[in-house]
Design a binder for this molecule. Structure first.
Ligand code: NAD
Ligand SMILES: Cc1ncc(C=O)c(C(=O)O)c1O
Length: 311
């Protein structure tokens, strides 16, 4: 298989599943979506429709023949499927249970990919019957807008399966990044290093949430969206990096636990958009308005970034 599989299945359709499905459908795949929860399936149908309108706004290439169906029957979702993406919650025991269920319903040569945010692939594959066909496929949120996917083979993954996944990712127009297995993979190791420092700066009262967002969006995000970090080092100079890291690295937050400010917010029911309060408070309708602003910003930025030379 060197192109997009004709029939694909997404298992778990919460935050990530619908956008993943919309991306594959746009590229011409027949996608079946299964979720254990009827409520989640209903929400997924509208999220899928919304993601499809976002793909229209992007003017991304569209291949005819794509279709989607939502089902409460996992056997129906997997029947005839050539490619399966697992996107259930980030709990290793649940994922292992779902993988066993999937393996019981597909042929041995069907590729099973996981969208885990960073659980090592080898640990997840521990009790699989055919771990050679299992591979990490980490999409970034929102999956229909961020055109990069980390491809992570585990110790037992067949090289041919990894190669096929790289080709599949290219077939729907995304950038595959092949990595060696490490907890958190590359993207979340970098993101969580940034977020750890951000939360520490907030906790210490060094900056407000608004100030932090302005500093990181314009000072770091804008720049890094055009210039990758290794090129940035070339631009700044190794002598500067050595001079600054020499006094700064030992000052950076190095805590190994989830910060108290975050666990306190969770205890107070402040989860962010999903509870209409987190780092910021949201009045009626404000979460939807923010979501729309984020999508509009990402669509505009992706169009611009796609049209310029990448450095
Ligand atoms: N949310 C993100 O920003 C993000 C980004 C990249 C990767 N991920 C990863 O993707 C995976 C899914 O994350 P999410 O944010 O979409 O989670 P989510 O909680 O929003 O959705 C998970 C869905 O799985 C369903 N589910 C639970 N048990 C199931 C089962 N046994 N069979 C079928 N469906 C089941 C739930 O009903 C829910 O709808 C996780 O591994 C997560 O770490 C998340
Ligand atoms: C906070 C956070 N954690 C994990 C992920 C992905 O695995 C994301 C993301 O994709 O945006 C995230 O924002």
């Amino acid at each position: 298989m060197s192109t997009l599989p004709a029939i694909a299945t997404v298992i778990g359709s919460g935050t990530m599943g619908p956008g993943i499905a919309a991306t594959l459908v746009r590229a011409g795949a027949q996608v079946r979506v299964y979720d254990i929860s009827a409520e989640a399936r209903a929400r997924a149908e509208s999220s899928f429709a919304f993601a499809s309108t976002v793909l229209d706004q992007l003017d991304s290439a569209k291949t005819e023949g794509g279709s989607v169906s939502f089902t409460s029957d996992i056997a129906e979702a997997l029947s005839g499927s050539l490619f399966v993406i697992e996107a259930v919650p980030e709990q290793i025991e649940l994922k292992k249970k779902v993988l066993a269920q999937i393996e019981g319903l597909v042929a041995d040569d069907v590729i099973i990919a996981t969208n885990t945010s960073g659980i090592p692939i080898t640990a997840m594959a521990e009790s699989m019957t055919v771990p050679a066909r299992f591979v990490g496929m980490h999409w970034s949120n929102p999956p229909h807008l961020i055109p990069m996917i980390e491809v992570i083979p585990g110790e037992s993954t067949d090289q041919a399966v990894t190669d096929q996944l790289v080709e599949i990712v290219k077939a729907f127009g995304y950038h595959p990044v092949l990595e060696k297995e490490i907890a958190g993979f590359v993207e979340n190791r970098v993101l969580y290093a940034i977020l750890r420092e951000c939360v520490a700066l907030l906790e210490e009262g060094i900056v407000t949430a608004e100030g932090l967002d302005t500093c990181v969006k314009w000072g770091i995000g804008y720049k890094l969206s055009v210039i990758g970090p290794t090129r940035l080092l070339d631009m700044a100079g190794m002598d500067i990096y050595a001079a600054v890291s020499g006094y700064l690295n030992k000052e950076l937050d190095a805590s190994t636990e989830t910060p108290k400010v975050i666990t306190d917010m969770i205890a107070a029911g402040k989860l962010g958009f999903k509870s209409e309060g987190g780092m910021y408070e949201y009045g009626p309708g404000e979460v939807d308005a923010k979501r729309r602003d984020i999508v509009a910003g990402l669509v505009a930025a992706r169009k611009t970034l796609s049209s310029i030379a990448s450095v």
